[in-house]
Design a protein around this ligand. Structure first.
Ligand SMILES: Nc1nc2c(ncn2[C@@H]2O[C@H](COP(=O)(O)OP(=O)(O)O)[C@@H](O)[C@H]2O)c(=O)[nH]1
Ligand SMILES: [Mg+2]
Length: 360
């Protein structure tokens, strides 16, 4: 399962957000404990809800992602270099940025200045990567002197490019990296290479501004960056919502001028940021949303369900979600001809129903 590290400066609202996302309430998670908290979160999916209504299965399985509440300050974690294994292991980062003012809760950086915090954290990620890149380049220089090796020279070229970018303070996530280059650098788990979700944590009085996140993002220099998403939330409002019944929540939201909780948006943004899509398998036994990366082929999708399906793959029966709903069932879709056969190399699209025909 892919995971997202919730990072930021102290007193930014990381643990509050983590608890809201994972519905872990109370005092079980003592703040200040050194180890990271981990929680699995189901990805809400209205399409799967609809399929469940249609097929009335005995069991249903939503896609899920894992969130990790990274304790302490991300700046210290980044400075810990190779020791910060927990941070390095994350597939993406969610940087909770303190925007809310509260004199009783002084922020780690002394004052509330979101733009500065965003830039400082980014700089630490970049410096951490630059140190690793320079170390690797030194090693490569020595090795290339000893023996001529095209693979090492290629790696040297790639790392030179990374170094140039980092020296210009460009995070690696914003570089165009070819798949063969990606393979070379993957093992280094660079921090500034990880996709980034900025969660701008607003105060209660600004709750209605959570809809205007693009203006804030512009002001903080976050617009139109590759592998970067942003959203504004009010952590405190969300935390309180998570404790309420649906009726109470609706009234509470309205009192802040909000239409819906941000939790679903955060989860969907994370899923999208990780480059993930869902395909469905349906039936009387089970309706299941399976998670794969964008660009996954039919035979790889079969492997996500079961290795036997991948080995014995013959054909995939595929139908777009809307067509399945319109047909009203699989038998009807077959009759209409909207359920079609695809081969191994077919690229699965988000929301498709896929049935693998296999031997054995
Ligand atoms: N006023 C206000 N307080 C918040 C908000 N989000 C978190 N807090 C408070 O800020 C303090 C620090 O929050 P916490 O989630 O522990 O921050 P962390 O250090 O980043 O994990 C706690 O007392 C929270 O109740 C918010 O949106 N508004
Ligand atoms: Mg915390």
């Amino acid at each position: 399962m892919l995971n997202i590290g919730i990072v930021g400066l102290g007193q930014a609202g990381k643990t509050t957000l983590f608890r809201t996302l994972t519905h872990t309430h109370g005092t079980g998670l003592r703040s200040g404990r050194p180890e990271a908290h981990v929680g699995v979160v189901h990805v809400p999916d209205a399409r799967l809800d609809r399929l469940i209504q249609m097929f009335q299965p005995k069991k249903s399985v939503y896609a899920s992602v894992e969130y990790v509440d990274m304790p302490g300050s991300v700046i210290e974690l980044a400075r810990a270099g190779a020791q910060s294994a927990a941070l390095r292991d994350m597939d993406a980062l969610a940087h909770v940025v303190r925007v809310f003012e509260d004199d009783a809760l002084p922020p780690e950086s002394g004052s509330v200045d979101p733009r500065r915090d965003i830039e400082n954290v980014e700089l630490e990620l970049i410096l951490s990567d630059l140190a690793s890149v320079e170390k690797r380049l030194d090693r490569l220089d020595k090795d290339i002197k000893k023996q001529k090796n095209p693979a090492l020279e290629k790696e040297h070229q790639v790392f030179q490019r990374l170094k140039q970018a980092l020296e210009k303070q460009t995070p690696l996530r914003e570089l165009a990296i070819a798949p063969d280059e990606e393979k070379i650098i993957r093992g280094f788990t660079f921090l500034s290479f990880k996709p980034m979700l900025y969660v701008l944590n607003l105060g209660e009085k600004d709750a209605a501004k959570t809809h205007a996140s693009s203006e804030l993002a512009k002001a903080y220099g976050l617009s139109q960056r590759a592998k970067t998403e942003f959203m504004a939330v009010c952590g405190k409002v969300e935390a309180e919502l998570a404790e309420m019944t649906d009726d109470e929540a609706a009234e509470f939201l309205a009192s802040y001028g909000l239409a819906e909780s941000a939790v679903t948006r955060i989860i969907h943004s994370s899923y999208h940021l990780l480059g993930l899509i869902s395909f469905f398998t349906v039936g009387e036994e089970e309706c299941h949303a399976w998670t794969v990366r964008l660009g996954t082929t039919a035979v790889e999708a079969a492997g996500a369900v079961h290795s036997d399906l991948q080995k014995g793959f013959i054909r995939a029966e595929v139908i777009a979600y809307d067509d399945l709903i319109q047909a009203g069932g699989l038998a009807e879709a077959r009759q209409h001809g909207t359920l079609r056969l695809e081969g191994k190399e077919y690229i699965v699209k988000d929301g498709e129903f896929v049935h693998i025909r296999h031997s054995g």
